[in-house]
Design a protein around this ligand. Sequence first.
Ligand code: PLP
Length: 418
Amino acid sequence: MGRRQHRGRRLGRWRRWRGRWELVADSGSRWASTKAATFSESVIREMTRLCTASGGVNLAQGFPDFPCPQELKDAAKQAIDDDVNQYAITWGAQAFREGIAAKTARTYPGWTVDPETDVCVTCGSTEAMIATLLATVDPGDEVVIFEPFYENYGPDAILSGATPRYVRLHAPDWTIDEAELRAAFSDRTRAVIVNTPHNPTGKVFSRAELELIGELCQRHDVLCLTDEIYEHIIYDAEHVPPATAPGLEDRTVTINALSKTYAVTGWRVGWAIAPAGITSSIRKVHDFLTVGAAAPLQAAGTAAMALPADYYLRTAVAYRERRDLLCEVLDQAGFAFRVPDGAYYVLTTTGALDPGRDSSAFARRLVVDPGVAAVPGTSFYADPADGAGQLRFAFPKRLETLRAAAERLERLTAPPPA
Ligand code: PLP
């Protein structure tokens, strides 16, 4: 795996520590910045590579294996035929920004977005998050992050110079302890990252939780950066956009993308919505980071924003079927978990299946025999030891793929007690 060289130069020394690879600056790595040497390669994307090599069923990385809507393909093809080949406006093609604003207002009546001043189109929500942090946070500021967390937020905080303050979501229901959250906010806090629906737990933040976050953001003058990429993948709960919660209306950056809702994770088109004063900073950083997202794919984004409400209903119904199938399979295989309310992951406790609670070794074993890739829980915690004994399975897959995983997982048996 990634003992990476960059243009023939050595970046650092890879070492395995507590079940994960990390890059350590050493005397030979004259070219690794301290920041780059501080975090390791994505384990999620590494599991995908291992899975491809072993011919397994990939339930590790969260990307769909089914087609995207025809409307998006037609619009992308048309844009290419129409020679939409040059840079779009750096903060996004006008029609796409108008589509984002109109869809937001349609979906959440009362929430008004000005496409001229409040939207910045980016290369996926990944870029939207790092551009937002670089635009709003200074080195030394603290950023509150709920843990377990989507693994990008750790490196995002490091790259922006921020110090992460982790607040635990408590199993089994992934609840917030109010006192712990209050204690995490201080004069040093600049932002809180809220991901709802949540990867990896499937938690959907309730209105009451968002009101508490709103109260704390107001009291400490803090920004709320929300990642709502699973907004439409929701089962037994209501998605409340934090930007509509009391106290958060004028201090929230809402990050989203085409990636998950429209099954186009490889297109790399996302956006941030925020009040004009915040958006102007994000647009400047975005311009110098990437200039802009692919112009023909922004045209497809305009088509996506015009899809009828029925598309989102059908998407949620299809995901429920996938969720229920995978949950049944995991239950029979002996994993314990809380059924997710949103997003497309099941975070499991491995229990007797992995008595040594070495998730990393267990995931590496599973990908070879019986041939199913999952992500070790260690990837979702600041201290990997906290994710020991957990594995995350993703289900944005055709039912055939999930059934193939089911057949393989049937072969999985707990080792006899010692
Ligand atoms: N945010 C969350 C919570 C995710 O789970 C993912 C992908 O798994 C991303 C962001 C990445 O989004 P994008 O492909 O739009 O960069």
